[in-house]
Design a protein around this ligand. Sequence first.
Ligand code: DX5
Ligand code: ZN
Length: 222
Amino acid sequence: MKRPIRIAPSILSADFATLGADIQRVERAGADWIHVDVMDGHFVPNLTLGPEIIRAIRKSTALPFDVHLMIERPELSIAQYAEAGADRIGVHAETCPHLHRTVQQIHALGKRACVVLNPSTPAIAVEPVLGEVDQVLVMSVNPGFGGQKFIRSVLPKVRQLRDWIEQRGLDVELEIDGGVNRDTIADAARAGVNVFVAGNAVFREPDYAAAILELRKLAEDA
Ligand code: DX5
Ligand code: ZN
């Protein structure tokens, strides 16, 4: 089953002083989803934003918010993110000892559930819940910052996940995040990714529309 290519600009690389306007600019430029990086300064060494900012920017766009929770104990605040306007909620497998329960919790809030894997976490960590989730996100950098270098050694893991998804006939989006740009996106697409987060590769380019179009074409032609 061929899934649509989706480009999800990460607002971590946007200008936080003009966030609403920047989101509207990437929407007009052809973005499919808005990727929102929530960091707690504990699970990852950086602190970004929380539900109140999501509530504020929710008014700027109708595009789906793909909320990536890089926080400890996500089960304690998932409901707040859902209520603030998240459409898709991603939790790291490394933060969820009761991963199946947390996925159920996201679904009970009426949202799409995503499980995220750090570069050093194997595919098998999500395999037991693969039939329960809507999305798997493979990190291609160690989470915490935008603008890092793509870690190519995660690609066999992407391929393994794509194979499981196909063999089992599952309806799961396979996403990659970190260092995605014109030099790396085709390899990720060939490994089986269909959703591409891009921070610097969109927001640090002068022409967002041209940047998104180029990334989309490279992924489609891969
Ligand atoms: C990293 C974040 C990413 C990051 C991507 O921890 O999860 O979403 O913003 O930025 P780029 O595409 O610049 O690597
Ligand atoms: Zn992210």
